[in-house]
Design a protein around this ligand. Structure first.
Ligand SMILES: Nc1ncnc2c1ncn2[C@@H]1O[C@H](COP(=O)(O)OP(=O)(O)OP(=O)(O)O)[C@@H](O)[C@H]1O
Ligand SMILES: [Mg+2]
Length: 296
């Protein structure tokens, strides 16, 4: 699975769609998953929803929303959680509504969706268009915390087992812990990250921090992308344009020098790349071009 991440607005969705269309064009079976709540995937693939849809030959797309993710949780664990709680406390079924706010729960089921898709064997490639930087990191941190909590809860319940009267919660906790462990393993052994930035100060600084954080978490980096690079000779003699190009060059160099993985570059286009053919061309640039530095 490939995770595409970076600061807000740098071109994650564009890059993910480009990679997806390119891979599908080569004959791979591709699933593109967006977990960005403000995702603009619908601009590129009109009509995309939280149900998987085929948008091009070999390419399926889904935008995971909070309600869709929580419905998965209810389906998988909701009844069991309710049964255990009801045996211990005088609660009604709407206790599940409260539990949906538990930190980490939504993230867990969003990731479990990716895990199921990966394990289904239906796809040659899964592309995950993640939320902007802070959201992605919070999602990963929540997962690790969740795992620790469940491990501790498991031990606690084992100790208390003799005193608690009611349904035994240990199979539930253990099932949950195993799922979380598998999700962490997916992130650490079956996921490769592409981090996108534009040649500007903040996207580059935050992109570098994100790369370091992903590596600390144990997610392998695959590529860095430098998006929206101004064509150097587009406006000879225009002082403003040339100043912008010089400014971009500074941050492009910083990105290339500090990035621990090869950098792929996309040009700034005159209009937003939304058409499939245009995106597929960008996908080709990302996948097939060499890592030459035009600013060198
Ligand atoms: N190389 C490019 N040239 C011109 N426009 C671009 C380029 N790359 C992206 N854009 C445009 O920039 C805008 C932001 O891109 P995109 O939605 O891919 O970013 P994002 O990182 O996914 O944003 P968000 O953090 O909001 O999800 C879009 O309108 C997109 O069409
Ligand atoms: Mg996006």
């Amino acid at each position: 699975m490939r995770l595409v991440a970076g600061k807000g607005g740098v071109g994650k969705t564009t890059v993910t769609a480009a990679l997806a269309l390119h891979a599908a064009g080569r004959g791979e079976r591709v699933l593109l998953v967006s977990t960005d709540p403000t995702g603009a995937l619908g601009q590129i693939f009109p009509g995309v929803t939280d149900r998987v849809r085929t948008v091009a030959p070999g390419l399926e797309v889904v935008e995971l929303t909070r309600p869709a993710v929580l419905a998965r949780w209810r389906e998988r664990f909701g009844e069991e959680v309710y049964r255990v709680l009801r045996s211990l406390l005088p609660v009604e079924r709407d206790v599940l509504d409260y539990l949906e706010g538990v930190p980490g729960l939504e993230e867990e089921f969003l990731l479990s969706y990716l895990l199921d898709a990966l394990d289904s064997g239906q796809y040659d490639r899964i592309l995950w268009d993640a939320a902007p930087t802070a959201g992605t990191l919070a999602l990963l941190e929540a997962q690790a915390l969740f795992y620790d909590h469940l491990t501790q809860a498991h031990r606690l319940y084992l100790k208390l087992q003799g005193y608690l009267k009611g349904a035994d919660p240990t199979p539930l906790i253990e099932g949950w812990r195993i799922l979380t462990g598998r999700i962490l393993a997916m992130l650490r052994t079956r996921t490769r990250a592409w981090v996108v930035a534009q040649p500007e100060r903040l996207p580059v600084v935050q992109g570098l921090e994100l790369m370091a954080a992903l590596e600390r978490f144990g997610i392998a980096l695959e590529r860095a992308v430098l998006n929206r690079v101004l064509p150097e000779a587009a406006c000879p003699g225009c002082a403003f344009y040339e100043a912008r190009v010089r400014e971009q060059r500074v941050w492009a160099r910083r990105w290339r020098e500090r990035s621990p993985v090869p950098v792929r570059q996309l040009p700034e286009l005159a209009s937003p790349p939304l058409a499939a053919a245009e995106l597929e061309r960008l996908g080709h640039l990302l996948e097939e071009e060499s890592d030459a530095d035009p600013h060198a």
